[in-house]
Write a protein that binds this ligand. Structure first.
Ligand code: ZN
Ligand code: FE
Length: 258
């Protein structure tokens, strides 16, 4: 199993460092170069690749500085977004092969948070940027609700044991909203206890597993009767499709919770 190290950045970002052979590392979403450079220098590793999920500054801001320090690092990112400094622009189904790395991710297009967001899936791990969060999902900025719903559906079909490496430590806050939707979900209540304990010790709550997300994350549960009931109650009318339920959940969180 490959080793992945989380580098904390800004207030609540995780920049993921995927370890390969002989100190070779791929860096996912380096919003800030400084903590990445410190980590690489302290551990005697070099960046050989940079994997970008989407265009937001807290995911791309460190590309130029990292390139300056590691000129041979190859920069991968989405074909559908305006990002400077990409060597390869990736589309659904593309496979990324990085010399020295066992991780050979396949590209998934997961628009919604942004219009061209991609995720990297391989070796039992999903690097999904701001699409799926632990017990939540990204806001809809430059994509659409329908896109984000479809993207999360696609992710839901991956194996349950998939490790979900999202880009922010939002879990405890997200659980608060999830409990508005499903106050009686026993898996969710148990998850809250575990997440609270981890955060008290300043431990990360990411990665999670897809299976845990399917049991506790309301945004992957728009087909579950309890979730449908809660969304219909909030909306004040019946909701005929999973997409309509998902959209109401996202609007509910945006308007009343965040
Ligand atoms: Zn973002
Ligand atoms: Fe972000």
């Amino acid at each position: 199993m490959m080793q992945v190290h989380g580098i904390a950045a800004f207030d609540d970002n995780y920049i993921w460092a995927i370890q390969g052979e002989n100190g070779k590392v791929a860096i996912v979403d380096p919003g800030d170069a400084d903590p990445v450079l410190s980590y690489l220098q302290e551990t005697g590793q070099q960046a050989v690749a940079i994997l970008i999920t989407h265009k937001h500054y807290d995911h791309v801001g460190g590309i130029a500085d990292l390139k300056e320090n590691y000129p041979d690092a190859v920069v991968y990112g989405p074909a559908g977004e305006p990002i400077q400094g990409l060597d390869y622009r990736l589309k659904a189904g593309d496979k990324v092969i990085i010399p020295g790395l066992q991780f050979r991710p396949e590209i998934m297009e997961v628009p919604g948070h942004t219009e061209g967001h991609i995720a990297y899936f391989g070796d039992g791990a999903l690097f999904c940027g701001d699409t799926l969060f632990a017990c939540g999902c990204g806001r809809v900025f430059s994509g659409t609700m329908a896109q984000l719903h479809r993207s999360l559906d696609k992710i839901s079909e991956l194996p349950g044991e998939t490790l979900v490496y999202c880009a922010h430590e939002y879990t405890l806050d997200n659980i608060g909203f999830a409990k508005w939707v499903e106050p009686d979900n026993a898996d969710l209540i148990q998850r809250e206890d575990q997440v609270r304990a981890a955060r008290q010790q300043q431990l990360p709550t990411v990665p999670s597993t897809l299976d845990l997300e399917l049991r506790t994350n309301p945004f992957l549960r728009a087909h579950v009767q309890r979730v449908i009931n809660a969304a219909e109650h909030y909306a004040g009318h019946s909701l005929d499709t999973d997409e309509a339920v998902f959209t109401v959940l996202r609007q509910w969180k945006d308007r009343d919770y965040d």
